[in-house]
Design a protein around this ligand. Sequence first.
Ligand code: 5GP
Ligand code: ZN
Length: 138
Amino acid sequence: MSNQECIFCKIANGEIPSSTVYENSDFKVILDIAPAAKGHCLIIPREHFKDIYEIDADTAGKLFSLATEVARALKQELQCDGLNIIQNNGAAAGQTVNHVHLHLIPRFEGDDVTVTWNPKESNGQELSELAKALRKRI
Ligand code: 5GP
Ligand code: ZN
C-alpha cells in the first residue's frame, strides 16, 4: 500500500523521476540525489513501511538479499575500496524520509565520508544483564 504524501512512494511508482539502477515487483534501487559518495544507492521497497519496526521479515530478507547484488555491482563498476550499508530509523538516528530504505555508500581510501561513533567503555556485568533482557524479547 502506498502513502500519498510519501516522496519514496512517489519515486517507487514513477510519479517522481529518479536515476533508477534496478527495479522489480518489490523494490526500486535509485541513486541518491544528494550522495555521500559517488554511487550512493538507495534500495526502496515499493510498499510503504515507515521503518525497521514496520517492515515484515520476508520483505526485509529480500531487501538485504538485493543489497548483496547491488553491492557487487557497485564494487565492479566503481572499484570502491569499501562499502557502508546504513539504515536509519527515527529522526534521532538521522531518518529524514519516513519510508524504510537501505543506503549503500561506496567508500574510497581517504574520502570525506564520516560514518563513525565514539566507542565507550563497557562493563561486563551490564553487558550480560542487558543481553539477558534482550534475549527474552527475541
Ligand atoms: P534518510 O536520511 O531518511 O536515511 O535518507 C534519505 C535519503 O533520501 C537522503 O540521503 C536524501 O538525499 C535522499 N533523497 C531525498 N529525496 C530524494 C529524491 O527526491 N530523490 C532521490 N534520488 N533521493 C532523495
Ligand atoms: Zn512511502
